[in-house]
Design a protein around this ligand. Structure first.
Ligand code: GLA
Length: 386
């Protein structure tokens, strides 16, 4: 539907046929804050997507128009001179363009309209979809043939430029996801394997706390990363073979306990255990062990809330209410944290009732209306026919 609207709008306003690109959002089954520690993650691309209509315009400028709830059009110069705009999304386009110029890609003027149905700022990686989707769309428009692995790095560099020192989980999920599967990604060598996540009789449901996260702005995310790096520096002093927290064991961490801050200790404690949870989760999914999957979700949440301290009172409440519902066998906050969604595994026949109870209790406690989305795992970023 959105695809059709974006394409029609482009044709109407720019008078020609666009190239159409679809870039999906992502969920994450488990493995939070492990990616930048070169560990494992288990995300999946979802049907909710951003659609781009794009075409060269043979001018010296880029006209980019958002077809979102608040429409806005910005103009950027092909030579990378910083543009003036209100909307935060403009920064992503500007950053991507600057990086493409620095890497000497022969890019020229273009018109682009984009819009979609990924809720923005709720932990479903709308910004990774925006950055990967735009880079891919530019690559197709000018026949640049940028490999997907390179698009991931360009998109990550754009996030870093804007201020979020993220890992590569989101970009890989957007670029390499596969329908009905999770992407079991090793962030050390970026190799991956697809794992079916269908569990017979169960349904994955997202519940959006409707509290937005602003990871870059509040910079708590970057502070977590700094904590991990501080611990790693200490570990390296003892054992130079430990080149990331992924390579560290709990015993290694214990051995330096007295030499690092209590907070840093808890951060690393989460990362080391979370990494192990991803391996256990991959096994439980392969074996169709729903109870095992659910248990890992609860454990993951508790660790993110208590040790990594990236949950919010709203997310904690959603998870605590979910525990009490018949049929919910696992629930945890999902993504970078500080707002966004919980991911829940619920018995199919009990799902409607459980969701209703959770949303009602949440409204009574916080005054906020939570929204739920059944998870639909879709394919990765793709070129669409017009
Ligand atoms: C954000 C970042 C990712 C990852 C997650 C937490 O989504 O963009 O790189 O670190 O948070 O797992």
């Amino acid at each position: 539907m959105t695809q059709g609207i974006v394409a029609a709008y482009f044709k109407e306003h720019y008078g020609r046929h666009p190239i159409m690109v679809k870039a999906p959002g992502r969920i994450n089954i488990i493995g939070e804050h492990t990616d930048y520690n070169l560990g494992y993650v288990l995300p999946a691309s979802i049907e909710k997507s951003i659609y781009f209509a794009i075409q060269k315009n043979n001018t010296k400028s880029l006209q980019i128009e958002a077809f979102l709830s608040q429409p806005e059009k910005i103009t950027l110069s092909v030579d990378g001179t910083p543009g003036k705009f209100e909307s935060p999304w403009g920064n992503y386009f500007q950053a991507i363009w600057g990086i493409l110029l620095e890497r000497k890609y022969p890019v020229q003027g273009l018109d682009c309209v984009f819009g979609g149905d990924i809720p923005i700022g709720f932990g479903l990686s709308s910004s990774a979809a925006l950055c990967c989707g735009f880079t891919y769309a530019v690559s197709v428009t000018f026949n640049l043939n940028i490999p997907r692995s390179e698009i991931a790095l360009i998109a990550q560099a754009a996030e870093h430029r804007i201020g979020l020192n993220c890992g590569l989980m989101d970009q890989y999920a957007v670029l390499f996801g596969k329908k009905s599967h999770a992407l079991f990604l090793d962030c050390q060598d970026l190799s991956f394997e697809y794992i079916p996540i269908k569990l017979k009789g169960y349904q994955w449901i997202l519940i959006n706390s409707n509290v937005k996260h602003e990871l870059a702005v509040d910079s708590e995310y970057n502070l977590r990363r700094k904590s991990c790096e501080a611990v790693l520096d200490r570990l390296k002093e003892r054992n130079k073979n430990i080149t990331s927290l992924r390579a560290a064991s709990l015993e290694d961490l214990k051995s330096i306990e007295g030499t690092i801050s209590k907070i840093d200790y808890r951060r690393a404690f989460h990362v080391i255990q979370e990494n192990d949870r991803v391996l256990k989760m991959a096994k439980a999914l392969k074996e169709g062990d729903a109870i095992g999957v659910g248990t890992l979700l609860w454990e993951g949440h508790s660790s993110l809330s208590t040790d990594y301290d990236v949950s919010t009172k709203e997310l904690d409440f959603l998870v605590n209410i979910a525990v009490q519902q018949l049929g919910v066998i696992g629930s945890r906050m999902m993504g970078g944290g500080f707002g966004g969604c919980t991911i829940n595994l619920i018995k199919k026949e009990l799902a409607a009732k459980a969701i209703k109870e959770i949303i009602t209790a949440y409204k009574a406690k916080t005054g906020i209306t939570a929204i739920h989305y059944p998870v639909q795992i879709g394919n990765s970023l793709e070129l669409l026919s017009t």
